[in-house]
Write a protein that binds this ligand. Structure first.
Ligand code: ACO
Length: 435
């Protein structure tokens, strides 16, 4: 008998089944043959929120949540953050290898020359109300690009896919910056092809009447590193949405809009915004113990704490803390930093957080940096979406090219009524009457 199997005895029938184990997993479909009779459907696996289910094979991003390890294509995040540009890392994530010097030149040229939006798209954005949240504008505008590029539906064509990937990576900062300028009532700024990816983004955000925008090099590098840290994170909520939406072969602009919608929630990428609101609410170090008690009483969550996968520390949070000090050296400290540091210190000594392995995640300090650089909280999740577009698109590519993948379609355990006789309208009871 091979050793890599699982013996399962069904106590309903007394039958024993051998289930192969590969890569530390069993296949859910192997359980389907476990039946009580021929017309029995067979066993299913129940896993709400996919806490213990691998939905794909992937060679993009490796995470060891217990040891706090994050690698893109096998390279530790710390080394990439230390030595690379964002577009270099984007190339690595997308193509699997770091670019050579000529490959990087070509890649940067390609991305740089896809940053413009059609004037119609700009006009579309101008139609939003003055107080439209930038994340809503970003999601809607990315979805609207599916109307600008209807040929993008040819997702089985690798060359077509690559063109859309370049367009999306290039245009996200432009859309993001225009959303931001819109919320301030400022005219939109066109891309400047002389500048790097992040410097050009800063140019589109903040250029006013000067003929040429010059980014502060420390802030530009900080943004670059933040983009690197956010570029991919394997099968997180938004990447899973990207894969599921793409599995029906939808236009990639719509898939990215779907993924960005998932990112916008406060339990995912929207947490950075919530952290700032939480620190505002706490307001002083003296109020921290009472706040912690209300979290422990289950009245609220400590935003920026906890992670589905990281159970010792989030390596991105450690790197972000280092960036924060560099940024504050230029901008002056964020007055909320002291509250955040104290909050972290108190939480990490409290058994509630220690026993549940709750540590600061990437979002705990990123908002403080963004705020010090000058962004409003409504913009924080947009700043997450720009680099994560690289991860979404790479996950999408991998999914489409994987012969094992099909349209994404989970099963359910049906708990509702069955076979009810249809009552005439006069005899129906309102659903509201039972509420
Ligand atoms: N504050 C207080 N308690 C928490 C927190 C928190 N931030 N996070 C988890 N817990 C508690 C839960 O209440 C639960 O306690 P219990 O066992 O007594 O019921 C226990 O810790 C386990 O938590 P789960 O909810 O099972 O963890 P899950 O993996 O489902 O959730 C999540 C992970 C969503 C990140 C959660 O920790 C959370 O809501 N954090 C705050 C929001 C946040 O910072 N999100 C950003 C995540 S990183 C990212 O997406 C980029």
């Amino acid at each position: 008998m091979p050793s890599s199997t699982l013996s399962v005895t069904d106590n309903r029938t007394g039958k024993t089944y051998e289930v192969p184990i590969q890569d530390g997993t069993v296949r859910a479909m192997d359980f389907r043959k476990i039946k009580t009779s021929d017309d029995d459907f067979g066993l299913m696996l129940y896993d709400p929120a996919f806490t213990n289910t691998a939905s794909c094979r992937s060679n993009i991003t490796f995470i060891d949540g217990d040891r706090g390890i994050l690698e893109y294509r096998g390279y530790p995040i710390e080394q990439l953050a230390e030595s690379c540009t964002f577009l270099e890392v984007a190339y690595l994530i997308l193509f699997g290898e770091l670019p050579t010097a000529p490959e990087l030149d070509d890649w940067v040229y390609e991305i740089t020359h896809h940053t413009m939006l059609h004037e119609n798209t700009k006009k579309f954005m101008e139609g939003f109300r003055y107080d439209a949240p930038p994340m809503s504008m970003l999601i809607s505008t990315v979805a609207a690009l599916s109307a600008v590029y209807p040929d993008a539906t040819h997702v089985q064509d690798p060359a077509n896919r690559m063109l859309q990937i370049k367009r999306l990576i290039a245009k996200m900062p432009t859309i993001a910056a225009m959303s931001y300028r819109h919320s301030l009532g400022f005219p939109y700024v066109y891309p400047d092809n002389d500048l790097s990816y992040t410097e050009n983004f800063m140019n589109m955000l903040w250029k006013m009447v000067e003929p040429k925008y010059a980014a502060n090099p420390v802030l530009a590098r900080a943004l670059e590193v933040l983009f690197i840290l956010h570029a991919d994170h394997e099968q997180n909520c938004s990447s899973s949405v990207m894969r599921a939406a793409g599995s029906s072969r939808s236009n990639p602009y719509l898939c990215v809009a779907s993924a960005a919608s998932a990112l916008s929630g406060p339990l995912h990428g929207g947490a950075n915004e919530e952290v700032i609101r939480m620190l505002d609410e706490i307001d002083s170090e003296a109020a921290i113990p009472a706040y912690i008690e209300s979290v422990k009483a289950g009245k609220r969550k400590l935003m920026g704490f906890g992670h589905r996968v990281y159970k010792s520390f989030d390596p991105r949070a450690r790197l972000i803390k280092e960036i924060a000090h560099k940024v504050f050296g230029v901008t002056g400290s964020n007055p909320k930093l002291d509250i955040a540091l104290k909050l972290e210190q108190i939480a990490l000594q409290d058994d509630y957080f220690v026993s549940r392995k709750l540590y600061p995640n990437v979002d705990f300090y990123s908002g403080l940096i963004y705020q010090a650089i000058g962004f409003k909280p409504e913009m924080f999740t947009v700043l997450f979406a720009i680099p994560r577009t690289v991860g979404w698109l790479t996950q999408w590519q991998e999914m489409i090219s994987d012969p094992e993948q099909k349209i994404s379609r989970p099963r359910q355990i049906y708990t509702g009524a069955r076979q009810r006789p249809l009552p005439p309208i006069a005899k129906r009871e309102s659903a509201a009457s039972g509420a």
